[in-house]
Design a protein around this ligand. Sequence first.
Ligand code: GDP
Ligand code: MG
Length: 597
Amino acid sequence: TPLKNIRNFSIVAHIDHGKSTLADRLIQMTGGLDAREMKEQVLDSMEIERERGITIKAQTVRLKYTARDGEDYVLNLIDTPGHVDFAYEVSRSMAAVEGSLLVVDASQGVEAQTLANVYHALDADHEIVPVLNKVDLPAADVPRVKQQIEDVIGIDASEAVEISAKTGLNIDQVLEAIVTRLPAPKGEIDKPLKALLVDSWYDTYLGVVVLIRVIDGTAKKGQRIRMMASGAVYELDRVGVFTPKLIEVAELGPGEIGMFTASIKEVADTNVGDTITDDRKPTATALPGFRPAQPVVFCGLFPVDASDFDELRAAMGKLRLNDASFSFEMETSAALGFGFRCGFLGLLHLEIIQERLSREFDLDLIATAPSVVYEISLSSGETIHLHNPADLPDVMKIAEIREPWIKATILTPDEYLGAILKLCQDRRGIQRNLSYVGNRAMVEYDLPLNEVVFDFYDRLKSISKGYASFDYQLSDYREGDLVKLSILVNSEPVDALSMLVHRSAAESRGRQMCEKLKELIPPHLFVIPIQAAIGGKIIARETVRAMRKDVTAKCYGGDATRKRKLLEKQKAGKKRMRQFGSVEIPQEAFIKALKME
Ligand code: GDP
Ligand code: MG
């Protein structure tokens, strides 16, 4: 296809504003699939993605469109994840295209993720076509939302396309706008191959699939290519495009987006952002490239049943095949036995992985408190990165602890503003800005990530009845007065429950944990003290009272069948318990104790 007849674009939107529905409409109208294949929401194929309505992996579709000028166009749509945890994947897919459709729900208006995503598009120098969706709804207010787009984002919205992705209204105008308002890609077919490695994933049938955007030259079957950063050389087995069905093609030329396979063993052998070139006739300069995504949230995952350890390792290995941003290494805990320390891009990412492990692999897991990565300067001059609060060095050896901070943007209806400001304030937030976007307040806060990882998002949603939207970016590391809060059960520290907290919050947090554990740990034959401590100092204490003797006495009377039944019942109950010294702690205690109210 000649360059002038190619358009590459992405769709940016806040969650639920209709990105997937619009993508489906575009696929439907340009006929990549027949009616039977046109299942609902083709782009969000993974079960969890569908349930949660979010897209995790960027995917791509090639559409064929005959425009009103009579010419045939190839339109390549790259789907981008909409959630803040995957901001990195958003920006790298944006680098592969020249324009974006900015979809805004005309009944809701601009939201936090609308802003975050459109800034990614502007950073990538995209031409942007505003699209107002859901104009079929009575609550749609087109003039107001156009004004918002102009005021807040600063782009001209006078020619925004007004559509209903649901009813199909004006989808043809979206296709025309893509052709007439977005620029054609640039590139030269006679130059050596230069392509951007956009994404890669593991497919059960095809093995490692690599998604590329060709800049110059061509990629064809049998060609020997070189990945410039890694230096690896491969022969292309298969070259194709997604319609969204995979269709093999003879070659991919400048401006085109497509896939190849090349007997690559692991996704980890491919570096997103790498430049792919011809091995014998390489290009002189590589593309700018990306920094790899860094995990920012860590937690321990342990099998409830110790005999599931190998299975857990295998399951994690499988998930990692398709998700290089998820990392894990073995960890042992005195309380929980053998498990793994896992790294995630954010809390949603953590939840998704945990959910997939339990749903797809049927594993019962205990997760320890999520922790951010701390930077610790030791008195010796050395700097370490702490992923696990249990590994905190002796305080005497620590010169300074630094914690990651974020820049958060929250949009909310005015009536919830007071409660939200209080929440941010309680979480050590520093207000940076407060302005209005139409009738909605937009607040910007600097917040310690540590205060956000537990339940900030849930709290925000609940105090705003779901109306507030939230987005954040990591900003910097700052010194913090952080202390290690330890929990002792029967005078033994339970490593899985230790955490770093700000000194000002340590006491109330410790008291809360003790109170909860008191309810969660069943009575034993002896008194169990539950204590919270900072350093050696006990700051809170609760007691689980001893079981009454006569209750057990009764159990040992009676006939043998009853006794056996009772033992069996106890055994079954034990599976969900963790033996800790002489105390049994139920699995749910670990999860519930960590939830803040
Ligand atoms: P995404 O999160 O941006 O991908 O949003 P979806 O495409 O999944 O849409 C979110 C919800 O809005 C779904 O329930 C859609 O059926 C609904 N929706 C999408 N477009 C329209 C529209 O034009 N009109 C109405 N009334 N509902 C829509
Ligand atoms: Mg979607």
